[in-house]
Design a protein around this ligand. Structure first.
Ligand code: C5P
Length: 221
């Protein structure tokens, strides 16, 4: 309607976990529900943005017509979709809990149980999507990341902000009640590239998304 703070803006959002295939029936994954990323997609679309939502395996649906959804499974697929769509975008919000490693070999057949003893699996690193987009970032484009820390939160978040060339990073602490994975609420702080730190109270994820979108919109003006 032309009244939203993100009208005409194109935003890429990654959300959810990634699954790294071991064999046809097994994978390495994590507990990310995708709720925060999906709430961000809805909040951006509500402000008039054209959203590309790159979603890992989640059981969530989107309703807003301003959201185009690309479903992926692995970190490599998520990386390919993000690198393809970012150049034509005004901003990206990297909300996905990307697996850091994947099995070096993905077996075509179901791996059989050994009769005795242990087995080992060799893991290789996945691409860092945020860092890759940080390298691609052009003047005027904005990049937002997330950090989930258990110790030295601000120091670690600052290091990530700089290393990945982010404009701001949303910090959530696992220590806070009502924050993080699988919850409907979250408690975040936003650390900006200029060093400014803003702390927010525990809120429903859709309201947290509103705070993040407001900060992003102010940087895209
Ligand atoms: O380094 P760390 O995984 O803690 O960084 C978290 C941030 O980087 C999040 O925004 C996450 O979505 C992003 N990330 C990514 N690709 C990876 C790992 C993390 O985009 N392979």
């Amino acid at each position: 309607d032309g009244l939203g703070s993100l009208t005409q803006k194109k935003i890429v959002i990654t959300a959810g976990p990634t699954y790294e295939k071991i064999d046809p029936v097994r994978f390495i994954g994590n507990y990310s529900s995708g709720k925060m990323g999906f709430a961000l997609a809805e909040a951006c679309a509500a402000q008039g943005a054209q959203v590309t939502l790159i979603a890992g395996p989640v059981s969530l649906s989107t309703t807003h017509p301003g959201i185009r959804r690309i479903d992926v499974e692995s970190a490599e697929e998520m990386y390919q979709a993000a690198v393809r769509t970012f150049p034509d975008s005004d901003a990206a919000i990297l909300c996905a809990a990307v697996a850091d490693y994947r099995p070096e070999v993905q077996s075509d057949e179901k791996i059989k149980r050994e009769k005795t003893g242990d087995i080992t699996m060799h893991l290789v690193p996945n691409p860092d999507i945020a860092a890759a987009l940080g390298k691609m970032k052009q003047a005027g484009q904005r990049l937002v990341g997330f950090a989930l820390e258990t110790t030295n939160e601000v120091a670690h978040a600052t290091e990530k902000l700089e290393r990945k060339n982010l404009d701001f990073i949303v910090l959530n602490s696992l220590k806070d009640k009502g924050a993080g994975f699988r919850c409907d609420t979250n408690k975040v702080s936003i650390l900006e590239a200029n060093g400014k730190l803003t702390e927010y109270p525990v809120k429903p994820k859709n309201e947290v998304a509103g705070d993040i979108v407001e900060k992003l919109a102010s940087l895209l003006k």
